[in-house]
Design a protein around this ligand. Structure first.
Ligand code: MG
Length: 204
């Protein structure tokens, strides 16, 4: 399976990253399957970074094979949704960006993609109005709403599938809103869609 992630997909986050323009097309990057972290397993702070940031994101799971999917049909290509963290080694990312080099080591390292339990989108009244949030040690640190996405789920699926064949089980991290920040040893991260806790793990 493949993991796609979308960068710069909320205006509020772009602002905090001091981006002065918005992309006219989705910004895509990928993580390998070794980035997945599931079932509440702990995340071990890696030795190559002193600045691991959380980015809380809605994650959709592809449920059928597709290529060149039209936006109007894209909603048929996913049923399940959860919350995930796009862990980022911000210090490495800054360094790579400065050098104009690819980001992979900052974004796609082992366990950089924790995901929660999936729920069916049928449980969600309006896909364009999903509230989600991350709590760290019981305090809300980041909140978002899918209505603020620059590129909707359907637009993302249509765009990705022009370049990559989507397969059953592929995941798409759909971007982070404002409020990113660092994690420290012993932090407990809990991710919610509306009032439903889907993600719960610790930093070790
Ligand atoms: Mg992200």
């Amino acid at each position: 399976m493949k993991i796609f992630a979308i960068g710069l997909n909320y205006a509020s986050h772009n602002k905090e990253m001091k981006r002065t323009f918005e992309a006219s097309e989705p910004v895509i990057f990928m993580k390998p399957d070794t980035a997945l972290l599931k079932d509440g397993k702990p995340f071990f702070l890696p030795d190559f970074s002193d600045e691991i940031h959380y980015e809380t994101e809605l994650v959709i799971k592809i449920n059928r094979l597709g290529k060149n999917i039209a936006e109007k049909f894209a909603h048929r290509y996913y049923d399940d949704i959860t919350i995930g963290i796009d862990f980022t080694a911000r210090d490495l990312q800054r360094k790579q960006k400065k050098l104009g080099l690819p980001w992979e080591i900052a974004k796609s390292f082992d366990n950089s993609a924790p995901i929660g339990e999936f729920i069916s989108k049928k449980e969600i009244p309006d896909i364009n109005n999903i509230n989600f949030r991350l709590d760290i040690n019981g305090n809300s640190v980041q909140q978002g709403n899918s209505g603020d996405l620059i590129f909707s789920f359907d637009k993302i699926i249509a765009y990705i599938s022009r370049f990559f064949t989507l397969k059953i089980g592929d995941l798409i991290f759909t971007g982070t809103p404002a409020g990113i920040g660092g994690v420290s040893i012993n932090d407990r991260l809990e991710g919610y869609i509306e009032d439903k806790k889907l993600l719960d793990f610790k930093i070790k």
